[in-house]
Design a protein around this ligand. Structure first.
Ligand code: XIL
Length: 342
């Protein structure tokens, strides 16, 4: 039984894909994707720097193949992401001499980007992460260049543009640590304000980049309940579980070192221990028990990557580690311990 069958009465089960997986002829990769997932997300390929690297140049090679795969699979196909402070070229914010542009120029660039990208995939992409990661942990607005130039209004402007570009697509605000009460309050207050002004916003995406011990199950659950009570659908948009210890600069770790040979911070180079594997399986069982309890509120759960081999967590927050965050191992085989508990 694939993941999508296990949860077929609950929510869509998604996976984030990069180019090689979208275009791969590898029969194993293809069958794992098709048998387990009924929703797709683009891991990097539709981010601004990839799809719109220069003012007059768009690159739709990935996007076209990606939506074709989505159509072939009849998957619920996600666009990620229209407005973010990362993976966006500097030219978006700058004039010819490198000074920050004014709000009007920024808005016309934003409009051109959203109309061109979301407009191209109108009717083919079912839901867009319109704005990604615009809030700080304390619930205030992140001091991104978007915010510096346009203030908090840039978020509303992005949603207005997205709705115009594809009136039928669902529109999402997406962020990490939405389980944190202070951050969630900032997000939900603003989302409610938008809604009251008639701006379309359908769901709040909780990324779900978890560790083994944090956040607590209570924190995850409260997040789901609060989003629902505020009047939005809940989506878990980027689920994975980091099983490695997190080096922290504050605790003296040198984050620039090569962690490939670190026994302290990369303990499972030769393979994960049975104890750690059991913890991972337990964590997934616990998390999905919460999701199932609230399946009336959650419409999608998406894993951030196909297998441990492809996970961004091998290189985040530091490079050169061997991580084990996903239900499929480096050979694209399902982890028995995890699947037994789902
Ligand atoms: C990550 C990708 O997985 C990496 O490959 C890339 O180098 C950086 O971005 N939050 C998001 C995602 O919204 O877009 C990020 O994806 C992970 C954190």
């Amino acid at each position: 039984q694939g993941l999508k069958d296990i949860f077929k009465d609950s929510y869509h089960i998604g996976v984030a894909l990069n180019r090689w997986q979208v275009t791969s002829d590898d029969p194993k990769a293809k069958s794992v994707i098709e048998n387990n997932f009924n929703s797709l997300s683009p891991e990097n390929g539709l981010k601004w720097e990839r799809v719109h690297p220069d003012p007059d140049r768009f690159n739709f090679e990935f996007g076209d193949e990606y939506v074709a795969l989505g159509e072939k699979m009849r998957a619920f196909t996600i666009g990620h992401c229209l407005v973010w402070h990362q993976q966006v070229p500097d030219w978006v914010f700058e004039d010819e001499v490198g000074d920050l542009v004014g709000k009007d120029v920024l808005y016309s660039r934003m409009e051109n980007h959203i109309q061109t990208v979301a407009g191209r995939y109108k009717g083919k992409i079912n839901g867009w992460d319109v704005v990604n990661e615009a809030f700080n942990e304390d619930g205030s607005f992140r001091e991104s260049k978007w915010f510096q130039i346009a203030g908090k209004d840039f978020i509303k402007e992005a949603f207005r543009n997205a709705q115009k570009a594809d009136p039928d697509a669902e529109l999402y605000y997406n962020d990490y640590n939405v389980w944190r009460a202070s951050k969630r309050k900032g997000i939900l207050d603003f989302a409610k304000e938008m809604k009251a002004e008639g701006i379309k916003i359908d769901a709040i995406g909780m990324q779900g980049h978890y560790q083994l011990e944090s956040p607590t199950l209570e924190e995850i659950e409260q997040g789901i309940i609060d989003i629902h009570e505020a009047g939005f659908k809940v989506m878990i948009t980027e689920l994975d579980v980091d099983v490695l210890p997190r080096p922290r600069r504050a605790e003296g770790a040198d984050l620039n070192m090569n962690f490939a040979n670190s026994d302290e911070y990369n303990p499972y180079k030769e393979g994960i221990t049975p104890e750690a594997e059991a913890k991972l399986a337990q964590r997934y069982e616990d998390i999905f028990a919460i999701y199932e309890k609230h399946k009336d509120k959650i419409t999608r759960v998406t894993f951030w990557g196909l297998s441990d081999r492809n996970s961004w967590l091998n290189n985040f927050p530091v490079r050169g580690r061997t991580n084990y965050p996903l239900p499929f191992d480096r050979n694209l085989d399902p982890k028995k311990e995890v699947f037994e508990k789902l």
